[in-house]
Every structure is written in C-alpha cells, then in structure tokens.
Design a protein around this ligand. Sequence first.
Ligand SMILES: *Cc1c(COP(=O)(O)O)cnc(C)c1O
Length: 230
Amino acid sequence: MTNVKQNLEQIQQRMQSASNRANRKLEDITLIAVTKEVSVNRTNEVIENRVMHLGENRPEGLKKKLDAISSDVQWHYIGSLQTRKVKSVINHIKYLHSLDRMSLADEIEKRATSTKDCFVQVNVSQEESKHGLPYDEVEAFIDQLHNHEKIRVIGLMTMAPNTEDDTIIRNVFQKLKQLQSKIAAKQIVNAPCTELSMGMSGDYEIAIEEGATFIRIGTALVGKEKEGIE
Ligand SMILES: *Cc1c(COP(=O)(O)O)cnc(C)c1O
C-alpha cells in the first residue's frame, strides 16, 4: 500500500540532502505532486499533507480533479497540450509546463483571461519521442513571444531521457540550466526565465543538485492506481 505521508517524509529528506550537497535552500524548490495516475481520494491525501502544488497531464484528468477537489490548490499542467484543448484548460491552471510551439502560444493569447506563468519545454536530449522545442530554437522562440501579453515565460522545463546512466541525466539538466541562465541574463520583460522545472521520481535529486526550482513527482509520492500497481 502506498503511504503518502511516509513517501512525502522520505522525499523531503532527500530533497533536503540534495539541497545541502548543492549549497541550496530547500525553500527555493517547489514540490509538485503529479496526480495523473491516481484517484481523487489519493489526491486529497496529498492535500491533507499540505502539498498544494498539483500536476495533471490531460484535460480530462484535470477536469475530474477540479470538479471534485475544493481547496486552494495551485494547478500545474505538465502534459503536451493540444491547441483545441487550450480553452478548457488554460483558465483553471496557474502554471503551464509544456509551451513548445507558436500555435499554442497564439491560442493561449486568445483564450487566457489573465497572464499565465509558462515554462518553455525543451527537448535537450533530442529524443524523437519527446515533446519540446529543440534546444537551439528556444531563444528565438522566446524572442518571438514579446507580443503575447498573456504569456510570462518564468522558466524552462525538460524531461530527462529514460536511462540508468546518471551522467547522461545530469548532463541534460546542466544544459537546461545553462540555457536558462543565458535567457535570464537578457532580462526580457515578459520572460524573466528564472525557474527550472526538472526532476521526476527517478532523478529529482540530480535535478536539485543541478538547479531545479520545481520538481514534478508522481509515483514516488502517490504510487500508481490506474494500473493496479501498489
Ligand atoms: C508523469 C510525469 C511526471 C511524474 O513522473 P514520475 O516518474 O511518476 O514521478 C513528471 N513530469 C511529467 C511531464 C510527467 O508526464
């Protein structure tokens, strides 16, 4: 049985150790509980343990949670977002982690009723299967967003490749950090780009060591209910 409270305590300890190793402050890292694989009940358990940043990756999953969960949760949308789904998602979330193309930015500009905090998703590892902008197109993309008043690029997001090799993972996170720092130094008005969304259940400690300010954790915190794996 998944014990959310115990999992959380262990994750928080590991976050603390990783922060210490990197000379960083734990308060500078926000834990997002990814609830995409679990029920409303399990999601409520997370909230009872005072984790108030929650992440979903599909419009249907988000809607189900929104309808059932009443509290001041900050919703993160972490999945790739189809343009035609923007309308039903964008005004319910605080953060979008998957901005990866101009057609999506245009639709957000049209549909959002207030400015959205967005991460540009970057495909650092160049894997065919992964979403996100190619690394060397990110700066030009952000430059082109200057007319989009509803979009505030607060940072960059990536997913590390699925590998056991920590060196490869660390290298991906370092590259994202380099790009983020470079963009932040430009001091673009609607793209402060101070944040880094990186690190999941298997690699969040490396991500923290390499500068993550938002980590997105699903299975290590809440398990996985849909597939019956406990
Ligand atoms: C599912 C998902 C996560 C969480 O993955 P876990 O390995 O279960 O922690 C994080 N980020 C994104 C974009 C995801 O789709």
